[in-house]
Design a protein. Structure first.
Ligand SMILES: [Zn+2]
Length: 346
C-alpha cells in the first residue's frame, strides 16, 4: 500500500489546481501533505527515497503548471480565422473556434454551449465588417470582462455594398475580406500584436511566425496572378450564389457580374423576376459556370445552371472544409478555389 502513496499525493496536488484556491494556500497544503507521507510512524524515521520522489513530482507539477499558464486562451469566430491564428500562435495558444467547418457564417447561430467558449477566452478574434452581425451582441455579452475583442477588418480598405435599390443597405460593407490574401497579411499583424500584448514573453515568437506566414501569403498571391493569366480577360466574369467574391475580383481582375442572392450575405430570398433576369444575363454574357459556396443551399443555383446549360462549381468561401477535405487550411482553400475557377473559365 505504501508504494501508492507518492502517486496519491501527486493526484492530490492536481486536485488543488485550478479550483480557485490561492497559490500560497495550495503550496502550504501540498507541502504539509508531503511531510506527512514522508514520515514513517512505525520506525519514527523520515523516508529519504520517498522525499526525493516527492521533490521530483513537485518539480514536475510546477513545470506543467507554468506550461499551462503560458498558453493564451483564444477564440476565433470561424475556421478560416482560426487557421491563421494557429499559424501565428502555434503551440503557445489554446485555440477554440466558434463556427464548425461547413457552417455558413452569415446565418449560423452559435448555441449557448458554443458561447461558453467566449467566456473562457482572453482574446476573441472576429472578422468584423458585419460578418458576425447575427451573434455579435451575444458574443460581447458572453465574453469575460477582461477579454479583448480584436476586429481583424481594421485597417483594411472595405468595399462598400450598394443594394439594387437606391438608399438600400446604405452603410453596408462587403465582409468577405479574406478572399484577397493581401488582406490576410493585415490579419497576421493584428493577431501577432494582440497575442504579443497578452503574452509579452512570446511577442517575438508571434512576430516571427507572422512574418513566416506572410511569405506564404505573398507566394499564394503571386501564384494566383500566374494562374489567372490562363483565363482570357473577356472570360473573367463571375456569376455567384451571393456577392462573396468582390475582394477576389478586385485583386485579380475579375468582374462579379451577377448573383442568385443579390446581396453580400446569404440571408435574402431572390424573387422569381430576379432569377429570370439572371438567366438572361448568363445567356447574354456567355458565362460557362456559376460559383456556389459549399456552405450554401445550392438548389436555386442548380436550377439556374440546368436552365442555362452551364456548370455549378463549388467553392470554399466562408469556411474551411473538414480536416480530410480539399480545403483544410486557408492556403489550401484559396488554391482549391482558384484552381476550380480557372478550370471552369479558361
Ligand atoms: Zn458570404
Amino acid at each position: 500500500m505504501t508504494h501508492l502513496r507518492p502517486l496519491f499525493a501527486f493526484k492530490i496536488i492536481h486536485l488543488f489546481e485550478g479550483n480557485g484556491a490561492s497559490e500560497i494556500l495550495r503550496s502550504c497544503l501540498s507541502l504539509a501533505l508531503y511531510l506527512l507521507l514522508c514520515y514513517t510512524p512505525l520506525t519514527e524515521r523520515w523516508d529519504m527515497p520517498r522525499i526525493v520522489v516527492f521533490l521530483i513530482l513537485l518539480l514536475a507539477s510546477c513545470f506543467s503548471k507554468s506550461v499551462d499558464k503560458e498558453r493564451v486562451r483564444v477564440l476565433a469566430t470561424n475556421s478560416i480565422i482560426g487557421d491563421v491564428v494557429k499559424e501565428v500562435g502555434k503551440g503557445s495558444v489554446e485555440l477554440s473556434i466558434l463556427l464548425p467547418p461547413g457552417a455558413d457564417p452569415h446565418s449560423f447561430e452559435p448555441s449557448p454551449q458554443d458561447m461558453v467558449k467566449a467566456s473562457q477566452a482572453r482574446i476573441i478574434f472576429i472578422n468584423g465588417a458585419g460578418l458576425e452581425e447575427v451573434f455579435f451582441k451575444r458574443l460581447v455579452e458572453s465574453a469575460s470582462p477582461e477579454a479583448i475583442i480584436v476586429d481583424l477588418s481594421e485597417g483594411i480598405e472595405l468595399l462598400p455594398y450598394e443594394g439594387e435599390e437606391e438608399g438600400e443597405h446604405e452603410h453596408e460593407v462587403d465582409p468577405h475580406i479574406w478572399l484577397d490574401p493581401t488582406n490576410v497579411i493585415i490579419w497576421t499583424h493584428h493577431i501577432a500584436s494582440a497575442l504579443g500584448e497578452a503574452d509579452p514573453q512570446n511577442a517575438d515568437f508571434y512576430r516571427q511566425n507572422a512574418q513566416d506566414y506572410e511569405k506564404k501569403l505573398l507566394e499564394l498571391d503571386a501564384w494566383i496572378k500566374e494562374m489567372v493569366k490562363s483565363i482570357p480577360p473577356e472570360r473573367r466574369k463571375l456569376i455567384v450564389d451571393h456577392l462573396a467574391l468582390g475582394y477576389f475580383a478586385k485583386r485579380y481582375g475579375f468582374q462579379q457580374v451577377g448573383a442568385i442572392i443579390p446581396g453580400i450575405t446569404t440571408l435574402a430570398e431572390p424573387s422569381a423576376q430576379h432569377i429570370a433576369e439572371l438567366l438572361d444575363l448568363v445567356r447574354r454574357e456567355k458565362v460557362p459556370a456559376i460559383f456556389v459556396s459549399s456552405s450554401v443551399n445550392p438548389k436555386l443555383a442548380e436550377q439556374l445552371a440546368k436552365d442555362a446549360g452551364i456548370k455549378v462549381v463549388f467553392l470554399y468561401v466562408g469556411s474551411l472544409s473538414q480536416p480530410g477535405g480539399p480545403a483544410p487550411t486557408y492556403l489550401e482553400l484559396m488554391r482549391y478555389n482558384v484552381s476550380a475557377i480557372v478550370e471552369a473559365l479558361k
